[in-house]
Write a protein that binds this ligand. Structure first.
Ligand SMILES: Cc1ncc(COP(=O)(O)O)c(C=O)c1O
Length: 390
């Protein structure tokens, strides 16, 4: 069987051996501290679950929905006003089956083969997969220690900017845990206007920001609605990862084209999930704030605890991740992750899975309770891995 050239653009699973060993260790009953996957372990609020359960009892709700209900679109608009003080209208909103899917496909609407797109590095892997899907050629701007883990527009040459179709910005950042300043967005908007580039802002972590900073929306910045769209996911704020609900919001012509593409292949989001989304967006938000405090406590325990045992891991400022430098004495991030897992049961993700500039770091997810994180730190300390290297 000959497969498409498109499929060859996606790299093979280079971490298969890490996953295989993880499954073996689980079977062997070894103590595991899995910090590799960013799936929240917090409860979905009862009012959200109940909305879905009640809606699922109605036979009519098992039909193709075919479209975003006016009720859900209104709920997104009222949420953006309430939470971010951003005025949007229903024609500026289109649902997708999670930001992963939406970002994976939006390039098909915007790019032709060979077009240039501008992506952060390191970055969330679907940014790269989406460019590959569309046949676009990525230019990577660094989001490294040298740039303060923020976009530095002077790193993008004029000739690249001139020909680029879109640029992805995503703060708080997965994997680096960095957080935007107001100026970052204002500068990005000026840059987009100057070079006629669409900005795609991935706002997955607007509700997981630490040290008293309040998360916002890119669209709240003057001019943003003219130059950009924002992916806003319910996955992390509302612990709804499995329900796959996200919205692409912003510039009307982009939303209309995105909807047109989707209508060719998508018969709409399951009605009970739309009802659950409405409940989340219109309901109380106190648990979202409590949960942010819990993530911050985990951040303190993990980063502080690792520093106490001699690993210089900086505090992350937002997202549910910590970006830790690979200690001395290891070949690369994959080598270190394998050794760490073997010797301590702590499973992390090698930085090299986040694009060309991810090497030299590993990513840890804040998905365990503080007591478990303390146990994991003790296991790392006892193993001597930080002192001896390998
Ligand atoms: C930056 C970023 N964007 C998007 C996603 C995926 O979100 P969704 O569950 O809406 O597909 C994640 C998940 O980890 C993420 O970290």
């Amino acid at each position: 069987m000959k497969f498409s050239k498109r499929v060859d653009r996606f790299p093979d699973e280079i971490f298969a051996s890490l996953n295989k060993r993880k499954i073996e260790m689980e079977k062997e009953g070894k103590k595991i501290y899995n910090l590799s996957v960013g799936t929240p372990d917090f409860e979905t609020a009862p009012h959200i679950k109940n909305a879905l359960i009640e809606a699922a009892k109605e036979q009519d709700n098992w039909k193709y929905s075919l479209r975003d209900t006016p009720e859900m679109l209104e709920a997104v608009c009222s949420y953006y006003k309430r939470r971010f003080d951003v005025k949007i209208t229903p024609d500026m909103v289109c649902s997708c089956n999670g930001s992963q899917e939406g970002i994976g496909h939006i390039g098909l609407v915007l790019c032709d083969e060979g077009d240039t797109v501008i992506l952060p590095s390191p970055c969330y892997p679907v940014f790269i997969a989406g460019a590959n899907m569309a046949g676009a050629v990525p230019f990577y701007y660094p989001m490294t220690k040298e740039t303060g883990y923020l976009p530095r527009l002077s790193d993008i040459p004029d000739e690249t900017a001139k020909k680029a179709v879109y640029m992805i910005v995503s703060l708080p950042s997965n994997p680096t845990g960095s957080v935007a300043t107001e100026k970052v967005y204002d500068d990005v908007i000026d840059f987009a206007k100057k070079h006629d580039i669409l900005i795609i802002h991935d706002n997955a972590y607007s509700d997981i920001i630490f040290d008293g900073v309040k998360g916002g929306s890119f669209l709240s910045h003057p001019g943003a609605k003219d130059v950009g769209v924002e992916f806003f996911s319910l996955s992390k704020s509302f612990n709804m990862t499995g329900a796959r609900v996200s919205f692409c919001i912003g510039r009307k012509d982009v939303i209309a084209a995105f909807r047109k593409l989707r209508e060719q292949i998508d018969f709409g989001m399951f009605y009970p999930i739309q009802k659950a989304a409405v409940a989340a967006l219109t309901g109380p938000l106190d648990m979202v704030h409590r949960q942010c405090d819990d993530y911050e406590e985990r951040r303190n325990v993990l980063c502080g605890g690792l520093r106490d045992i001699g690993w210089n891991v900086p505090d992350s400022h937002g997202s549910m991740f910590v970006w830790a430098p690979v200690p001395e004495g290891f070949k690369d991030s994959f080598d270190f992750c394998m050794e760490l897992m073997e010797r301590t049961g702590v499973i992390c993700t090698p930085g090299s899975s986040f694009g060309p500039l991810g090497e030299g770091y590993i990513r840890m997810a804040l998905v365990l309770a503080p007591e478990k994180i303390k146990e994991a730190i003790l296991a790392i300390d006892k193993s001597g891995i930080l002192k001896e290297g390998r």
